[in-house]
Design a protein around this ligand. Structure first.
Ligand code: ATP
Ligand code: MG
Length: 329
């Protein structure tokens, strides 16, 4: 299993329910790799390398605090595995520019990043447009079978499958498993501002490491419609439904049952209840997080062990790739 996060900020509830819980549950049964995607983060943050650097440890600590066990899972930094960059170059011959331009997630992200890539995406870089290709290399360098992700990443996994099939056909080999995505029951938590996705880059998130007061303030300020009843109806009333969904996830309940149980609450009563329960739910996470913050060396050691392990696996993959491509001089 391989999955990862971009070090563009600390992790939030979307990650927690969208991917972290799944990856923690899977580590008992799968050889698991968790990648801190610093090279990918730089594709749209090339102008702020310091920010990316600082968030590497944040993302690593969030994973460990959420239950990633360094004895069972391998945590590593993308840029420390140069074989990923090498594989990306070879894969880039197998993908057309038009396919990348049509990738719905890439398209939406280019539109969000007007300041960086221009009003109509006319200044989008080759690196950003190509990040799905590099993601295919991330997944296949460890020859992963399964990739737990949020909904926004489905086009990336599909792209990876296409690359793998084309690679095998083109070079008459069978090196990689065909990777499958694994969605959680809540593959898309929307932002507190009501926008399509809770996201580190959009400042619309409850971060797992937020303190209880921040959490209460953020939930109180979450956008809702002008209705008066609590309901779970994501199509017509996405904002309140998103809060009901979060409540249902922490209580392990069906969101429709939550809504009918709480339908007589006012929005502000419900929000307070949600914030308090969320704080209680995240207490063990936050305690572990504080402990890790006081021992960065321990976290760095885990990343270093991961680097050594993945380097070996990656080099074995590339040995096969170079042979298949007839560049094993
Ligand atoms: P950025 O804004 O920098 O892209 P992000 O919040 O989208 O940050 P990523 O590091 O890109 O976070 O995503 C890590 C993983 O978490 C991916 O598998 C992604 O699908 C999942 N994920 C991110 N946001 C959400 C969300 N709001 N709901 C469910 N899953 C999510
Ligand atoms: Mg993202």
């Amino acid at each position: 299993m391989l999955t990862g996060d971009r070090p563009t900020g600390p992790l939030h509830l979307g990650h927690y329910f969208g991917s972290l819980q799944n990856r923690v549950a899977m580590q008992d049964d799968f050889e698991s790799y968790i990648m801190v995607a610093d090279v990918q983060a730089l594709t749209d943050n090339f102008h702020q390398p310091e920010m990316v650097r600082q968030n590497v440890l944040e993302v690593a600590m969030d994973n460990i605090s959420a239950g990633m066990d360094p004895k069972k899972s391998t945590l590593f930094i993308q840029s420390q595995i140069p074989q990923i960059a090498e594989l990306t170059v070879f894969y880039s011959n197998l993908v057309t520019v038009n396919t990348l331009k049509r990738n719905p997630t890439v398209k939406a992200e280019i539109a969000e990043k007007r300041e960086l890539f221009g009003q109509d995406g006319e200044s989008v870089t080759y690196g950003f447009l190509g990040y799905p290709v590099s993601q295919a290399a991330d997944i296949t360098i460890v020859r992963a079978h399964i990739v737990p992700v949020g909904e926004d990443q489905l086009p990336m996994i599909e792209q990876t499958r296409e690359i793998v099939e084309r690679f095998h056909r083109m070079y008459q080999c069978n090196i990689f498993p065909l990777p499958q995505s694994k969605l959680s029951n809540s593959p898309r938590i929307i932002g507190l501002d009501g926008s399509g996705k809770m996201s580190k880059s959009l400042n619309n998130a409850v971060y797992l490491k937020d303190n209880p007061e921040e959490t209460i303030e953020k939930i109180k300020g979450a956008k809702t419609d002008s209705g008066t009843t609590i309901e779970f109806n994501p199509k017509e009333r996405p904002e309140i439904s998103n809060l009901v969904l979060i409540y249902s996830l922490i209580h392990n309940q069906n969101p429709k049952d939550v809504a009918s149980e709480l339908k007589h609450n006012t929005y502000s009563e419900f929000k307070l209840k949600l914030a308090h329960d969320l704080n209680r739910h995240l207490m063990p996470f936050r305690a572990k997080r504080l402990e890790l913050e006081s021992k960065p060396h321990y976290v760095k050691e885990i990343l270093d062990m991961g680097r050594v392990k993945v380097l070996e696996k990656a080099e074995e993959t590339m040995r096969q790739v170079r042979e298949a491509m007839k560049i094993n001089y």
